[in-house]
Design a protein around this ligand. Structure first.
Ligand code: SAH
Ligand code: SF4
Ligand code: F3S
Length: 467
């Protein structure tokens, strides 16, 4: 066991699942006496939880390790050792190679080994160095990881992530995730439910269910049957205190009837769907191994919109995939015009080691990628502004979840995931308010509170409190 008083710093890169995983690592190490600190200089243990999705993301880690090397040397001079570890998808992808490239590292461990972190740290405490853990253990890390600890739960805000599905079997030809996260795995519904109940009891009002392909969720239900995401959502919506549910990231191939039904029948399920399409060209979608064409995607969009007409749609796009012609790119622009997004992320294709597309002879020139990205982003930005503009004058529920930039200001999220700024005292953090939107910008909106609402159950909608 570590002596009490040891300090831990975790820096998180990449997607929301890494955010969730970092929380679990803290949960696993706190019982060993580690307290979290917010800068690496003062930490006895530094962990970087890394992302491998694009080259830039992976390279960031090495520049950070360069800085940490200096800190470690400074601390060593004053007789205080520092242990440096790297977790996450770069650790999984590069494994032992990382120790050679960055000798500052003491341990390298992948996403499926976090439940073993206490044992790994005990070995490090005993003087071992150069530990590498990148296997995919047979045991279920979620079952073995400590349940989110109660004291830390209390310190959490009003929103939280919960991983329900991890890994991917789809093998898109550009993507590292199936290699870094392993095969698709769904947590049993009861485990998820228990975690969500604990979070609700600690004051969390909005839960985002996470998975690389979250709508492919097929966890074991309490009745022994496989539950779909739609069924899971229905169950979680009944938990006292849970007022909002979201999920991300979805694959267009896995939008099933039960999920559509949940969007129709479950008021707690927010009208927002992140449904990445990557490209609007059938030829490129085929080469990406996405398993669907542009028309299939548009049909999925129609289905969700006829079920939930006010749904806000979001997507991911890749420009400059190998072999992408001007005509292919135009097809993407056309798809964006057809759908009309509330929000979106777009990236230049980045060749990733070990993925099939990386070896493609027909790589697109960097300047062409840049020009296409700029054109696409300008259209997406315009659509986002239009979506926000259409909200001007409307009233909507906002969950006020954090302080704003100026004193007396709070920021919250609309049902459509827009950031909304309002004037309100800090005491309102964690509450819902009925807000009239008075000003809109491309990235956020401003509003005036019409009424505070009692936080908590679905009934909060009908129960207004006097201001
Ligand atoms: N599971 C999700 C995506 C996870 S990765 C899905 O299937 O949609 C998040 C996003 O990163 C992807 O949607 C894609 O747009 C982008 N991405 C993944 N690999 C990439 C690469 N090699 N180059 C550029 N962008 C990439
Ligand atoms: Fe990557 Fe495709 Fe799996 Fe998404 S579905 S994680 S893009 S391989
Ligand atoms: Fe990055 Fe791994 Fe998430 S590669 S996007 S941290 S699954």
């Amino acid at each position: 066991m570590a002596e009490p008083g040891k300090t831990l710093f975790i820096k998180t890169y990449g997607c929301q699942m890494n955010v969730y995983d970092s929380e679990r690592m803290i949960d696993a190490l706190e019982p060993m006496g580690y307290a979290q600190v917010d800068s690496p200089e003062t930490a006895d243990v530094v962990i970087l939880n890394t992302c491998h999705i694009r080259e830039k993301a992976a390279e960031k880690v090495y520049s950070e390790l360069g800085r940490i090397k200096q800190m470690k040397a400074d601390r060593a001079r004053s007789g205080r050792p520092m242990v440096v570890g790297v977790a996450g998808c770069v650790a999984q992808a590069e494994g032992e190679e990382m120790l050679r490239r960055a000798p500052v590292l003491d341990l390298v461990f992948g996403p499926q080994t976090y439940h073993r972190l206490p044992q790994m740290m005990a070995r490090v405490d005993a003087g071992e160095r150069g530990l590498v853990a990148t296997d995919f253990p047979a045991e279920d890390k979620f079952t073995e990881l400590a349940d989110p600890s109660k004291p830390r739960l209390l310190a959490r805000g009003s929103t939280a992530f919960v991983t329900v599905q991890e890994g991917c079997d789809k093998f898109c030809t550009f993507c590292v995730v199936p290699y870094t996260r392993g095969a698709e795995f769904s947590r049993p519904a009861e485990r998820v439910e228990r975690e969500v109940r604990d979070l609700a009891a600690a004051g969390v009002r909005e839960i985002t269910l996470l998975g690389q392909n979250v709508n492919a969720y097929h966890g074991k239900g309490p009745d022994g049957a496989e539950w779909t995401l739609g069924r899971l959502i229905e169950r979680l919506a009944g938990i006292d205190g849970i007022a909002r549910l979201r999920y991300t990231t979805s694959h267009p191939r896995d939008m099933d009837e039960t999920l559509l039904a949940a969007h129709r029948d479950v008021p707690e399920l927010m009208p927002y769907l992140h449904l990445p399409v990557q490209s609007g060209s059938d030829r490129i979608l085929g080469a990406m191994n996405r398993g669907h064409g542009a028309d299939d995607y548009l049909r999925a969009v129609d289905a969700i919109r006829s079920t939930r007409p006010d749904i806000a749609l979001s997507s991911d796009f890749i420009v400059g995939f190998p072999g992408e012609s001007d005509a292919d790119f135009e097809a993407t622009m056309e798809l964006v015009h057809t759908v009309g997004y509330a929000q979106a992320y777009s990236f230049k294709y980045s060749a990733r080691p070990g993925t099939p597309a990386a070896d493609h002879a027909d790589q697109v020139a960097e300047d062409v990628k840049s020009a296409r990205l700029a054109e696409l982003q300008s259209l997406l930005k315009e659509q986002q502004s239009q979506f926000n503009a259409a909200c001007l004058g409307r009233r909507m529920d906002v969950l006020l979840d954090r302080p704003g930039r100026k004193p007396g200001q709070l920021v919250g999220r609309s049902p459509y995931l827009q950031a909304v700024h309002v004037n309100a005292p800090d005491a309102c953090i964690g509450e819902f308010a009925d807000v009239e939107i008075t000003d809109v910008g491309p990235n956020s909106m401003t509003g005036r509170i019409q009424a505070r609402k009692e936080p908590g159950t679905a009934a909060h909608r009908d129960k207004e409190l006097a201001l």
